[in-house]
Design a protein around this ligand. Structure first.
Ligand SMILES: [Zn+2]
Length: 345
């Protein structure tokens, strides 16, 4: 039985998960004929965890790149609208801060959209505006692979030549995104691209789902210098539950190790730069493995099973001595601060 203080924090805080591969799963399942997937499969956990707002990635599998990337992105957004039509009183697409206020007031779950790699744009900057109108408010220039804008961090072992930073297209994309009020996300960037973004960007940036390299040396995690750079721009880093990013001895990774990443960042740059970007993948891989044989072997796991275990995360923070006010910052207020700063209107 979790203590009453944890429940109170869950109830009173605005909880934001800055990264979930929701629409990738939803679109795939809808193709199989399933409906009301968010309402029946995700909402119960969001509600039990006290989650108010999630950022869904628009992620494109390798097999669709390049020709089908644009179409798959549109399919995923279309799938979201079908889901909203089926559950209009429960979920809502959020495009600005007023929408976020409304979601909280009406007790719905807000869903925001983020590019996890700009494969859908290929090399056409004019499409950015179209996706902005559709609701995309975050741009991660790359997933772990290389594309027309930049080079990914290569979390998978591949044979490849020398890595680079942003391309001309990538630089224009950062500028155009910030001009529209889109937040730049550096999770999955390689070090060269990261440095370029730090130089070019004028607004707060985020690493929506990355941990610290000091505690788990993995290409997807951030060095101390990178954490300081994000903080110096007023940015926020979302904590990721994937075992590989949580502990070097990933087989034994646990929520205890995840909380150490929170502590590490807080000690380095302050509590106003930590958020949640859990990136729950266990369920996704169950579905994906049926569809794509290449993805069927996966030894990694999520150190929290779902948002249902948010109470354990909060309890862990309380036991480490975090105040209720600090916990509220980590659970959502830090990300909301940036949304308010960067979104237009
Ligand atoms: Zn990711």
């Amino acid at each position: 039985m979790m203590n009453q203080c944890v429940k109170k924090i869950q109830r009173d805080s605005i909880i934001v998960d800055a990264h979930i591969d929701l629409l990738y799963d939803v679109e795939m399942q809808r193709r199989k004929g399933n409906t009301k997937i968010i309402e029946t499969q995700y909402l119960p956990q969001f509600v039990e965890g006290g989650v108010n707002l999630v950022v869904s990635s628009i992620y494109i599998n390798d097999m669709f790149i390049p020709e089908m990337a644009l179409r798959k992105a549109l399919n995923q957004i279309s799938a979201l609208h079908s889901e909203i039509d089926e559950s209009p009183d429960k979920i809502m697409l959020c495009k600005d801060f007023e929408d976020i206020d409304r979601v909280i007031e009406e007790g719905k779950i807000g869903i925001m959209l983020s590019f996890e790699g700009v494969a859908p744009l290929y090399n056409d900057l004019s499409l950015l505006r179209v996706f902005y109108e559709l609701g995309v408010r975050f741009v991660g220039l790359t997933w772990s692979r290389r594309n027309f804008a930049a080079d990914g961090c290569k979390s998978l072992e591949v044979r490849e030549g020398t890595r680079g930073g942003l391309t001309e297209f990538g630089i224009k994309l950062v500028e155009a995104s910030e001009a529209l009020g889109i937040i730049i996300d550096v999770s999955h960037m390689n070090d060269e691209g990261f440095s370029d973004i730090i130089k070019i960007s004028q607004k707060p940036i985020i690493a929506s789902h990355s941990n610290t390299k000091a505690l788990a040396k993995h290409p997807r995690n951030l060095t101390d210098e990178q954490i300081k750079s994000i903080a110096s721009k007023g940015g926020v880093i979302g904590m990721n539950v994937a075992s590989l990013f949580v502990a070097e001895d990933s087989k034994n990774a646990s929520i205890k190790h995840l909380l150490e990443h929170v502590d590490y960042i807080v000690n380095l740059v302050g509590v106003q730069h930590v958020g949640l970007g859990f990136d729950f993948c266990d369920r996704l891989f169950e579905n994906v493995s049926v569809e794509f044989e290449t993805s069927s072997s996966r030894s990694a796991f999520d150190v929290m099973k779902s948002h249902v275990e948010l109470d354990q995360f909060i309890d862990g923070l309380l036991k480490k001595g975090y105040s209720e006010a600090d916990i509220e910052l980590i659970l959502g207020k830090n990300f909301l601060r940036i949304y308010k700063q960067v979104f237009r209107g």
